[in-house]
Write a protein that binds this ligand. Structure first.
Ligand code: NI
Length: 169
């Protein structure tokens, strides 16, 4: 099932999500739906709040289907290590049509649980590191625009307000 993506302005995007403690068939189905929804929206990462579900779950595939082994499920993820710096353009499916340069760590280690509840650690670089940080932020109710200047953020918010008024958001 493909879920519609929740857009900026919906409070679900700006509140911390709840821990997952039950690892069952329902969760497996939700994860499949999340991958399907992410691919349909042409994204490389998706957090559950973005489909209106306030739970600490994210899916990532920075290869966009090219490498089936690159599909990552992050349940209750925590960033445990950050090193270096990278600066490049970042966007979000919940803030479509906008992109801004964001400085992030270059190498990031995340600790999370998989679909069966098993703990693992995964270290990513560059885009994968960025995805770990971006998606974990989502689960804490934080959006990438919190990492840009107040001036740029206000400009984006003003443009979105206009689009909402025009019925384009
Ligand atoms: Ni996002």
């Amino acid at each position: 099932m493909i879920y519609p993506i929740v857009k900026f302005g919906d409070p679900v995007l700006e509140k911390p999500s709840a821990e997952v403690s039950v690892f069952n068939e329902e969760l497996k189905k939700l994860l499949e739906d999340m991958f399907e929804s992410m691919y349909a929206a042409r994204g490389v990462g998706l957090a559950a709040p973005q489909i209106g579900i306030s739970k600490r779950i994210a899916v990532v595939d920075v290869t966009f289907k090219e490498d089936p082994g690159a599909r990552l499920v992050l349940i209750n993820p925590v960033i445990v290590k950050k090193e270096g710096r990278q600066r490049s353009s970042e966007g979000c499916l919940s803030i479509p049509d906008f992109r801004e340069d964001v400085t992030r760590a270059k190498t990031v280690t995340v600790r999370a649980q998989d679909v069966d509840g098993k703990f693992f650690e995964h270290t990513g670089e560059d885009l994968l590191a960025r995805a770990f940080l971006h998606e974990t932020d989502h689960l804490n109710g934080k959006l990438y625009i919190s990492h840009i200047s107040a001036l740029k953020r206000d400009l984006i918010k003003r443009k979105i307000k206009k689009m909402v008024k025009a019925g384009e958001w």
